[in-house]
Design a protein around this ligand. Structure first.
Ligand SMILES: Cc1cc2nc3c(=O)[nH]c(=O)nc-3n(C[C@H](O)[C@H](O)[C@H](O)COP(=O)(O)OP(=O)(O)OC[C@H]3O[C@@H](n4cnc5c(N)ncnc54)[C@H](O)[C@@H]3O)c2cc1C
Length: 613
């Protein structure tokens, strides 16, 4: 690592110069959103120089782990209006409706595009694309490739990207800082992990597609790389983090590892029962009980994730959970689906339940419990994926457009990666076409050198009193205790105070590994810094939102309050202080806020004027 001008170990090059790589557009992240953006750039402008930068080999991005599928209207009994209203109602009216409209219209086009690039979507008997039901959706619209949808989507994107020579990949590069000069993003600095060499990617436009931040919590479906790096980079560069208080719990994680059992289990007809064998969701406004194996859309087990996870919490308080050696659980029963269907539609689920838990869903119900899964909030962007910083765009889970509002519907995220990954690329091209403003290159280089100096300080620090693992463990415990499915003002105040203290303690961390090759100590320290920033944005935004909406439920403010809080929260960075919270309006075009109704009663739906028209 060029962090010390002296040789530290055998592999240190001992040079102090920051190498610059000059390109047109730099994409941070090679998951679904990043690769989709890179392809759109390369397809539209073959001569463009594009850097696709990722801290892991692209196929190890979290998109690869997605199971259930991607939503897009394709069947004749479905409509754009249905997708619109399901998404807006599911998001408890915090979604920007112009963005949702753009999303649902582009969704089928993107999924068909993947088909043309070779994505092996599962089929109906007549050869047409198969779709399955998903939570909170009143029609079947989730395209899938068995229960390995993310793997196939990412593979399709990855192999397609290889066709474009203008996409230059930088695998296993860790991006550390955005370089900002004169109100423009001028690129970013990154560490080449195998050499420790730091490089400056000098670009006229940057797209962040760095994924979520679920690793702030100890029990999550998220891969180890989901540490909110890109969110923190944008935040520190002055871009607000929007709606960060909305953290999604998925109801059905394996209780020991947190590994996800996809919502498709219930989409295919699986049921959830408590210790009395009762399908308890009927007691939480999601009944009446439906025939086993024949899901009635939008009700019971196909209720939205926020409501289903909240029902688990209440059942636990009532003592209705099943005690297991992994803690209190509910049982996910798939047995009635039969071995043939489970093998055909849910092979990964069977494999994971058997391997990780020793329970075969063909013969036994599987214990499950809610697990942190997804960040609805993220980098504040407009409908064109542009941030408030010129030349900086964001797409995918790291961004908040917002189509997901206060609660994302399952299978909207994979489609969002495609739709807004492409949109971010088009916006970056428009930015290049407008002609990048002349930069003061000396000031730009000074910015990059300052990023290197910051790392050098961390690298050289001695006498530290804190460990990475110690601070991280306390952060996770605080998030789990106070920022979970239900929150209270008092708990959140505690969390904010603890996180402020942890941020100060973080400044006392000392690295124990001072070598250059794959220095995971250094990377984990940087990831922890990003998670602490994101965690503070979550807890302070949650404390300030004195209402209950979607995934944000307050025990002390139990009702939704449209008068005060039909607004996006915006957390702004203030150096060594907790963030400042502001608000912006939600775009309402054709669905005024209504009542979310998953009771399955005739004519129920989401009761709002817009839908009845
Ligand atoms: C287990 C699981 C199952 C899911 N199933 C579904 C589903 O069925 N349907 C659905 O719609 N959604 C699903 N989701 C959600 C969805 O998969 C994710 O929201 C989505 O894949 C995120 O994609 P992304 O491109 O934004 O980020 P990711 O795929 O997470 O990629 C992030 C990229 O950023 C890079 N990166 C991050 N930080 C840095 C840094 N500092 N330097 C360099 N590179 C960096 C990483 O290397 C990676 O390449 C699931 C999520 C999980 C966890």
């Amino acid at each position: 690592m060029d962090l010390r001008p002296v040789v530290l170990g055998r592999h240190n090059r001992g040079t102090d110069r920051l190498e610059t790589i000059t390109i047109d557009v730099a994409v941070l992240g090679a998951g679904g959103a990043g690769i989709r953006a890179a392809i759109a750039l390369a397809e539209t402008r073959p001569k463009l120089k594009i850097a696709l930068v990722s801290k892991v080999y692209p196929m190890r991005s979290h998109t690869c782990a997605a199971e259930g599928g991607a939503a897009g209207v394709i069947k004749s009994d479905d409509s754009m209006d249905h997708h619109f209203h399901d998404t807006v109602g599911g998001g408890d009216w915090l979604s920007d409706q112009d963005a949702v409209d753009y999303f649902i219209r582009e969704a089928p086009l993107e999924l068909l595009q993947l088909e043309h690039w070779g994505c092996p979507w599962s089929r109906e008997a007549n050869g047409s694309v198969a779709v399955r039901p998903f939570g909170g959706m009143k029609k079947q619209r989730t395209w899938f490739a068995a229960d390995k949808s993310g793997f196939h989507i990412l593979h399709t994107l990855f192999q397609t990207s290889l066709k474009f020579p203008s996409i230059q990949r930088f695998d296993e590069y860790y991006v550390t800082d955005l370089v900002v000069e004169d109100g423009h993003c001028r690129g970013f600095t990154a560490i080449e992990m195998r050499s420790g060499q730091m490089r400056f990617f000098r670009a006229n436009a940057v797209i962040i597609a760095s994924g979520g931040a679920g690793r702030m919590f100890p029990f999550t479906t998220n891969g180890a790389i989901k540490t909110g790096d890109g969110m923190a980079l944008a935040y520190r560069a002055g871009v607000a983090l929007k709606d960060m208080e909305f953290v999604q719990y998925h109801p059905t994680g394996l209780p020991n590892t947190g590994t996800l059992l996809t919502e498709a289990c219930r989409g295919e007809g699986g049921i959830l029962v408590n210790k009395n064998g009762r399908r308890f969701l009927q007691d939480y406004g999601m009944g009446p009980e439906t025939p086993v194996g024949q899901p009635v859309l939008k009700t019971m087990e196909l209720g939205p994730r926020d409501r289903v996870s909240q029902a688990f919490w209440h059942e636990q308080k009532k003592g209705n959970m099943v005690p297991t050696r992994w803690g209190d659980c509910m049982m996910l029963d798939l047995r009635h689906l039969g071995e043939k269907k489970i093998n055909e539609r849910l092979p990964l689920v069977r494999d994971m339940a058997t391997s990780y838990l020793g329970v075969d869903p063909v013969t036994d119900p599987v214990p499950v419990r809610p697990v942190v899964h997804y960040m609805m909030g993220g980098i504040d962007t407009d409908i064109k994926a542009a941030t408030s910083l010129k030349g900086l765009y964001a797409a995918g889970e790291c961004a908040c457009v917002s189509i997901n509002g206060a609660n994302r519907l399952g299978s909207n995220s994979l489609t969002e990666l495609l739709v807004f990954g492409r949109r971010a690329a088009l916006s970056a091209l428009e930015h290049l076409d407008r002609g990048a403003s002349a930069a003061n290159e000396a000031a730009v280089n000074a910015g990059a050198n300052a990023a290197q100096a910051r790392l050098r300080e961390l690298f050289n620090r001695t006498g530290g009193t804190e460990t990475i693992a110690g601070v991280r463990k306390e952060m996770m415990a605080t998030m789990e205790e106070h920022a979970g499915i239900y929150r209270s003002g008092e708990g959140l105040e505690n969390a904010c105070a603890t996180l402020s203290a942890l941020r100060r303690r973080y400044a006392g961390i000392e690295l124990h590994d001072k070598t250059n090759v794959y220095n995971t100590d250094l990377l984990q320290a940087l990831e922890l810094g990003a998670m602490l920033d994101c965690a503070e944005a979550v807890t302070v935004s949650a404390l300030e939102r004195r209402e209950s909406r979607g995934a944000h439920q307050r025990l002390d403010f139990t009702a939704r309050d449209d008068q005060k809080y039909l607004r996006h929260s915006l957390a702004r960075y203030r150096g060594g202080q907790p963030p400042e919270i502001g608000y912006s309006d939600v775009v309402i075009t054709r669905s005024p806020p209504g009542v979310r109704d998953y009771s399955g009663e005739k004519n129920a739906g989401d009761k709002n004027a817009g839908e009845q028209k």
